[in-house]
Structure formats: structure tokens, C-alpha cells
Ligand binder design. Structure first.
Ligand code: ADP
Length: 449
């Protein structure tokens, strides 16, 4: 597929461009000696893109923290919380309150949580399993040393926090609360006990068409929600999809309850869906042609990444890989999909057609997240109304999607912990070099003609 016409036909090109490099002005007021907590204030999300800053001009109500958050034990009764929240966005976001608690040091957190095993180490910190002593609920706490991480990493973290504070979706990681000391930041997130989707794929080598359908269905639902609220993730990849729970059904197929994570490169667009972005960012293997071409781009870059994810889930290999970044980008620009591996023989034409629609080089011709949700491979048209994709999956049972070449549509029961294959099979994705799976963000200095 040639990309010569790329960018020219895009109807969005006439719309307002905006800088989208993250920068925050967090004007959190500190009241000492009482510990001050803030709920998310989303009021600044309509401001120029670069800053998802917290506008403290809004009315703020100071309430006793204990009256607000049942999580905090009584000995912390001097903690106060600043609450300023409002509904926002065009989408279905309801009132979201995420306490952001300022502490002098981390000792109070040890009073609230018992820390357990290390779940993983990230670029800037460590993620630890923790149990709330009072409620006995398990959480994943991401602990970041702000000094060690450095100011640009802290900006990314603040970007992540500010986006997570305002989103609420069953397939997006839930941020419960934030603790901040002068030196450290603690993000209390819902625990994804089954780890990374990438690790499960490594063990299985590839998923079946049904298993892939259910994962992509959940992913499409999360991304449609984000795009409906003018949020672009910009770093969708296997590593950023966690598995909260899973089970294997009677047909030996895995049902995964997935959560989209890592909003460090996410941005809230201003000017609605027509607004364009410029920062070259993402992860090479998953990057859309318009991003690597330095064209202005839109939320459609996420759709391309969904295509790459779907391709990898089905066959275990990325659609484009090469020995250098330059060669990789050349392949992405061409966007030619190959289905020559024997594994594709059992994959329906319908699934292949979805992949082609997700990875159209011209973003103007690429399917949107909403269209993906409506696609017959994802949701059988005849049953769509009766069984909405996002919430009633458990009601959909053994439906045929009306395409003889497709595997039957099956329900996706979520939230049930089941048996997981524990065998450790080495990755078959070794062909993609390391740099291709690392996130990058390069604010553009000069635009290509
Ligand atoms: P990165 O900095 O690379 O984006 P994170 O710091 O977010 O990574 O996470 C590091 C690791 O911790 C992840 O690779 C994952 O294995 C684990 N992890 C992160 N969040 C959770 C969670 N909510 N539940 C369980 N494990 C998690």
C-alpha cells in the first residue's frame, strides 16, 4: 500500500494544530501541619493542550478526609482533603473523585497499607502489591522517587496521574488515590493479578481468533471511550495492557479481563476530535505512519496501534519488523500486511479485513474506534442492540456472527479468576529489536513540508 497520498486527503488537516508536549503546572496548595488531600480537578482540561494543569480558581471545598475516604484509619484524622470536582467531557464520564494526598513523609502510608511482593519495576519506579489494613482490599502501588526519576519523568507521571484521575472505564486501569511527599509519589491502582498480556502471549505463542476478538473488543471499548472524550493514548502496546483476571472456558479458550495502563504519553486534545497533535511519540513497532512521517496526527494513531496489537495476538509476531529503525519505518509507511505464515490459514477473512481497516496507511481512511466496536467481527450486527459490547458480555452466548468464514461469536465473561497455564514458553517475538518496544516522545522542532 503506497503512502504517497498520505496526509493530503485527511479532512482534519485544516483544523487547528496544537502543541502537545506534556507540561504541568500543579498549583496544589499545601496546608500544614494538617495533611492536605485533593480530589481530581478536571476543570483545566479545556485549556491549551500542553498543560493538563490543575486550575485552582475553581471553588474548592475543604472537608475532613475521613468523611471522604474510608481508606484512611482513624489515627490520620488530621488529614484534610480539598475537593473540587466537576463533570467534564462529551462522553460518559461521571463524577470522579481521586484523592491526592500531600504528606510530609511516607510513614503514614505504612499505617494504611501493608506492602507485599514487588509486582514489577518500571522506568521510574517500582510497583508493589499492598493490602489496605482496614478494608483488606489488595492494590498495586506504584512508588516513584521523584528526585531519582528526574523532572521530565515526573512530568510524564503527572501527565499519567492527571489523565487517570478523570477516566472511568471497565477496561482502563483505575487510580484509587495518590500520595505525594516532597520526595516520592505513590499511585494506588487497582491490582491486575494476572500480570501483563505480553507475558500470557509469550506462554501461549498466539491467541485463538475468539480469544483475540474478546481482547480487541475490550480494547476497542476502552479506546472508543477515550476518543469520545478527546483523549489519545499514544502508546498502546502489549506491555501497556494488564490482565486483571482470567479464566479458561470449556473450549480451552482464555477469557481475559484486560485493563489499559500507562497514560504517560496520553494527551487530552483541545478543540475536539478535529484537533491535531504533533509530538512524535509512541513505540516504534506500534507507531502509525502519520506519526513517524511527522505529519499532524489525530486519535487515529491509536487505531493503528490496535491493529498492530491484534496482528501480534493472532500470530505472535509484529506485522512489521526490521533490523533497523529506519527499515522498520519504511515498512510501516508502506503498510503492507502479510498473512503468509501457516497460522493465518485458520484465521477468518473477516478478521483479516478488520486488520486491513485498522492499519490503513491514510488515517482518514482508517476505521474509527466506534466503527470498530460496530464491526461485525467484533459485534454481530443482529445482536448488537440486545447485547451491548461494553457491559453485557456475559449475556452473549454462542452467537454466530453471520459470516460462515468467521469463528463463532462467544461471550466474554469478565472478572472471573481461572486457571492459567503456568508453563513458561520463551517469546517468539525476538525478531523485533529492543528499541522497537520502548516508548519515546520527541517534541517536534521543525515540521516536515
Ligand atoms: P513502566 O514504567 O514501564 O510503564 P510501570 O511502572 O507502570 O511500568 O509498571 C512496572 C511493572 O509493574 C509492569 O511492567 C507490571 O508488570 C507491573 N504493574 C504495573 N501496574 C500494575 C498493576 N496495576 N497491577 C499489577 N502489576 C502492575
Amino acid at each position: 500500500m503506497a503512502d504517497s497520498g498520505f496526509g493530503k486527503k485527511c479532512p482534519n488537516c485544516s483544523s487547528t494544530s496544537q502543541k502537545d508536549s506534556p507540561s504541568f503546572s500543579s498549583s496544589k496548595t499545601r496546608l500544614t501541619p494538617a495533611i492536605v488531600a485533593e480530589t481530581s480537578d478536571t476543570s483545566s482540561l479545556g485549556e491549551p493542550d500542553s498543560s493538563i494543569s490543575l486550575d485552582r480558581k475553581k471553588e474548592q471545598q475543604i472537608i475532613k478526609y475521613k468523611a471522604f475516604a474510608k481508606d484512611v484509619p482513624s489515627k490520620s484524622s488530621n488529614i484534610e482533603i480539598k475537593s473540587s470536582q466537576q463533570q467534564w467531557g462529551r462522553g460518559n464520564v461521571t463524577e470522579v473523585k481521586v484523592p491526592h494526598i500531600r504528606l510530609d513523609d511516607g510513614a503514614a502510608i505504612q499505617e494504611i497499607y501493608t506492602f507485599g511482593r514487588i509486582l514489577g519495576k518500571g522506568s521510574f519506579g517500582v510497583v508493589i502489591e499492598a493490602i489496605n489494613k482496614e478494608t483488606e482490599t489488595k492494590w498495586a502501588i506504584k512508588k516513584v522517587n521523584k528526585e531519582k526519576a528526574g523532572s521530565s519523568a515526573v512530568k510524564l507521571l503527572e501527565q499519567e496521574v492527571n489523565i487517570l484521575k478523570i477516566v472511568k472505564h471497565e477496561h482502563i486501569i483505575h487510580l484509587e488515590q495518590v500520595f505525594e511527599t516532597p520526595k516520592k509519589m505513590y499511585l494506588v491502582m487497582e491490582l491486575c493479578e494476572d500480570g501483563e498480556l505480553k507475558e500470557i502471549l509469550k506462554r501461549k505463542k498466539h491467541f485463538s481468533e475468539n480469544e483475540t476478538r474478546w481482547i480487541i473488543q475490550s480494547l476497542a471499548s476502552a479506546i472508543a471511550y477515550l476518543h469520545n472524550n478527546d483523549i489519545v493514548h499514544r502508546d498502546l502496546k502489549l506491555e501497556n495492557i494488564m490482565v486483571k483476571s482470567s479464566f479458561t472456558d470449556g473450549n480451552n479458550e482464555m477469557n481475559l479481563n484486560i485493563k489499559v495502563t500507562d497514560f504517560g504519553l496520553a494527551v487530552k486534545k483541545h478543540g475536539g476530535s478535529e484537533a491535531m497533535l504533533q509530538t512524535t511519540c509512541g513505540t516504534p513497532t506500534y507507531m502509525a505512519p502519520e506519526v513517524i512521517n511527522d505529519h499532524d496526527y489525530s486519535q487515529q494513531c491509536d487505531i493503528w496501534s490496535i491493529g498492530v496489537i491484534m496482528y501480534i495476538l493472532l500470530c505472535g509476531e509484529p506485522p512489521f519488523f526490521a533490523s533497523s529503525e529506519e527499515k522498520l519505518f519504511e515498512l510501516i509507511r508502506k503498510g503492507e500486511l502479510h498473512f503468509s505464515d501457516p497460522v493465518w490459514e485458520s484465521i477468518s477473512d473477516c478478521a483479516k479485513s478488520v486488520l486491513k481497516q485498522l492499519m490503513k496507511v491514510d488515517p482518514a481512511h482508517r476505521i474509527t474506534a466506534k466503527e470498530l466496536l460496530d464491526n461485525q467481527w467484533i459485534t454481530p450486527t443482529a445482536h448488537k442492540k440486545k447485547f451491548p459490547v461494553t457491559s453485557k458480555k456475559e449475556n452473549v452466548n454462542n452467537l454466530d456472527i453471520g459470516n460462515s468464514n468467521s469463528t463463532p461469536y462467544r461471550p466474554l465473561p469478565a472478572g472471573i479468576k481461572g486457571e492459567l497455564e503456568k508453563s513458561s514458553v520463551p517469546s517468539n517475538q525476538g525478531t523485533a529489536t529492543k528499541y522497537t518496544s520502548k516508548s519515546i516522545a520527541l517534541p517536534r522542532t521543525k515540521k516536515k513540508p
